[in-house]
Design a protein around this ligand. Sequence first.
Ligand code: HXC
Length: 258
Amino acid sequence: METIILQKEENIAVLTISRPKALNALNTKVLKELDGAIDEIENDNEIYALVITGDGEKAFVAGADIAEMKDMNPKEARNFSILGNKVFRRIESLRIPTIAAVNGYALGGGCELAMACDIRIASETAKFGQPEVGLGITPGFGGTQRLSRIVGKSKAKELIFTGDVIDANEALRIGLVNKVVKKEELIDEAKKLANKISQNAPIAVGLAKAAIDRGYQADIDTAIMYEAEVFSQCFATEDQKDGMTAFTEKRKVEKFKN
Ligand code: HXC
């Protein structure tokens, strides 16, 4: 892989989008390599949480590659959107939790990539926006759908219609990011969170993620039945036996196995 760096550290992985000369803009090659990296992550049962970040000081991802899109016809543009959406949906649907460590510009496809992650931590220097209408296009990697689900329909419309770029503190205020930290602390904070999550029972964390995500799209009666389903599945795991036995014996589980 030339544009993706995938590093594993114990039970977490850090995936870096690396095309710094183009501010990590997403072209077809990056998207395909990202797809390949997801295969690797999915097939590795030792990875319990994933951090996604951008290479360099300036950008997380400054968007989809404008130079590549410039001369596309509608059919090519549709295929490009479908490719990005497929890859982002795979990230969103990963069994493990994902944390975007947003280290700079997260514009257009970059904001969309961050939104496909479960949790977003931003450096003080991060900037977010969906500036597509200024280029004569709409968001195309899920921005019209995920932004409204995260910040509400009205705020999403304001951001998408104006193309305004907002700073990290405004992103925190509207609920687009979970936390803002100093630039030099960003990766450590994201890893710390990933490590904290990875101390918990991985199957339970994965099932909780699935319950939240699936339930969010369903009516409350269907959603709570789905919760009962995943809750019961936990009782077929060693982790549940270990976790509850440890509690009754007044000790902590050293390491969950599943
Ligand atoms: C291709 C990009 C790029 C992009 C930056 N670059 N963003 N190349 N696609 N999205 C390149 C520049 O052309 C330049 O290359 C180099 O990165 C550095 O960028 P500069 O513009 O010189 O840096 P600066 O002046 O600091 O401005 C930073 C910036 C600006 C504000 C982030 O680059 C910018 O506005 N970028 C575009 C942001 C954007 O509109 N994103 C949405 C794209 S549409 P050279 O070779 O000149 O050094 C989108 C749609 C998603 O994402 C859905 C698709 C289906």
